[in-house]
Design a protein around this ligand. Structure first.
Ligand code: FAD
Ligand code: SF4
Ligand code: SF4
Ligand code: SF4
Ligand code: SF4
Length: 421
């Protein structure tokens, strides 16, 4: 019997499953569906090509193996899809593979009663980062000198972005370039900017956290490292072992050490990227001026709102004529201020508002920079657990009364001391 905190090497017993590592994730998802623990699996499957990841709700267990493998260009915001199209899992049990940002989105929607986490099994995937499909194609053409259409596999391993492809003579080739090197190019190749800043590398808020870090020795490449993060995760793993769907063994002690070291160094890289990217945005009024200048490209298409996991209001304030004058292009800066005010305490840095902005406005950078400042003030990190967002503690009527009585708009205790107010 496993319990929260246990760590194992795990692999599938099915020859139909061609997993990224040990195929454990696919087997666990398949077992959850076949055994009736869930009604459906919301998996990420290959679309037109390997740059095109898409979500698919699978309800036939025999179909689950088609989702095996990792697609490093896919960020699909599964949580918002569950809310929008699957009734927030209110009446349906679903198992979902999730990267850190996906898992965080599930928590932010669950604490707002938009998703029923009791009906969801989250199978976490460690995540070193993703690459935008457009950037991946350009980068492979330019830096690898390979046609992106000739590539049949991509992976991020040991700090490199590696591609496998067939050359003009049909010979199997592979080529890797260090991610650091790619990210230093003036073109900004490599992982998405928000992934560079991400510090949710092992998603322990999921029920299981699965990856390849720490799998060494004879099991290297053949097993998945699974960390049990909840009683629900333990029950799924035990049930899958009992049914013969997967096999587990104790991890190599050295593997545990390596995994911890890699995670720590990824977190350091996240801190470094934050320091660098936030410094480029400047501070105080300089930062505001930069944000206003870049936001002036906005065409009010609302893609940032549509795709933000925290934005789901039926009547969005940005569409209220007394707050933002309708029909103006670019919209008044109030459009962006409203989003900053409503979201900044809860932004999970998923990058969707930037990825899908047609005007390439670095919205996620703006919002994440503010979230980090709010986290310093209030100690609240979004997406980790069911703790309520900072704004949930602001009582509007009380705040108005205090503002009228004191003339101060400080809604939090001044942690910096009087002189810096
Ligand atoms: P499989 O049996 O192959 O199952 C993989 C599952 O992942 C499938 O259910 C599929 O639907 C789902 N999936 C595929 N692509 C995505 C996606 N983009 N978003 C959400 N779900 C997806 N592990 C590490 O230890 N270190 C890393 O740096 C690391 N980076 C990763 C980056 C990405 C973008 C992804 C998707 C995974 C990453 N992983 C990383 C996890 C690793 O690649 C394997 O997914 C994990 O070890 C499970 O292996 P498996 O053979 O059991 O999975
Ligand atoms: Fe992975 Fe983090 Fe990027 Fe999400 S934000 S895709 S968890 S690196
Ligand atoms: Fe994701 Fe942007 Fe919303 Fe933050 S503001 S949660 S980065 S979509
Ligand atoms: Fe709701 Fe504000 Fe997002 Fe509009 S901008 S959907 S009002 S949270
Ligand atoms: Fe403006 Fe970009 Fe948001 Fe569209 S996605 S409303 S252009 S910031």
């Amino acid at each position: 019997m496993t319990a929260k905190g246990d760590m194992v090497y795990c692999w599938t017993n099915s020859s139909d499953i061609k997993g990224e590592c040990g195929g454990a994730v696919t087997s666990l998802l398949q077992h959850a569906l076949a055994s009736g623990m869930v009604d459906g699996v919301l998996a990420v499957v290959k679309g037109k090509d390997l740059y095109d990841a898409k979500l698919e709700l699978i309800t036939d267990a025999a179909e689950v193996p088609k989702a095996a493998g990792s697609l490093h260009c896919g960020t699909l915001l599964s949580a918002k899809m569950v809310k929008k199209y699957l009734g927030g899992a209110k009446d349906m049990k679903i198992a979902v593979p999730v990267k850190g940002c996906d898992a965080m989105a599930f928590y932010e929607l669950a604490k707002r009663n938009q998703i029923n986490l009791d009906n969801i099994i989250l199978i976490g995937l460690n995540c070193g980062g993703t690459v935008s499909p457009i950037v991946a194609r350009d980068m492979i053409t330019d830096k690898y000198d390979v046609s992106p259409d000739a590539v049949f596999k991509e992976e991020i391993d040991k700090g490199q972005f590696i591609i496998e492809y067939n050359d003009a003579d049909g010979n199997h080739q592979h080529k890797g370039i260090k991610i650091d090197e790619l990210e230093e190019t003036p073109e900004g190749y490599g992982r998405r900017q928000n992934c560079q800043r991400c510090k949710c590398k092992v998603p322990r808020q999921a029920d299981l956290a699965c990856g390849n870090w720490g799998v060494i020795g004879e099991k290297a490449g053949k097993a998945t490292f699974v960390e049990v993060c909840s009683a629900k995760g333990a029950a799924l793993l035990d049930s899958a072992v009992a049914a013969g769907a997967v096999t587990t063994c104790a991890p190599e002690p050295k593997g545990l050490e390596i995994r911890a070291k890699v995670e720590a160094s990824m977190l350091k890289l996240g801190d470094k990227a934050r320091a660098h990217q936030f410094a480029e945005l400047g501070e105080g009024s300089e930062r505001l001026a930069k944000i206003m200048k870049l936001s002036s490209r906005c065409i009010a298409c609302r893609a940032c709102i549509e795709n933000c996991p925290i934005c789901y209001c039926v009547e969005c304030s940005t569409a209220k004529p007394h707050l933002v004058a309708p029909g103006q292009n670019p919209p008044d800066f109030m459009f962006h201020l409203i989003r900053f005010a409503h979201i900044a305490d809860s932004c999970i840095n998923c990058g969707q508002c930037q990825e899908l902005c047609p005007m390439e406005i670095p919205n996620a950078l703006f919002m994440h920079a503010q979230q980090v400042e709010l986290e310093k003030m209030f100690g609240h990190t979004p997406g980790q657990n069911m703790d309520l967002p900072v704004l949930a503690f602001a009582e509007e009527m009380d705040e108005r009364a205090r503002l009228n009585a004191t003339g101060s708009d400080m809604i939090y205790e001044n942690v910096f001391g009087e002189e810096e107010q």
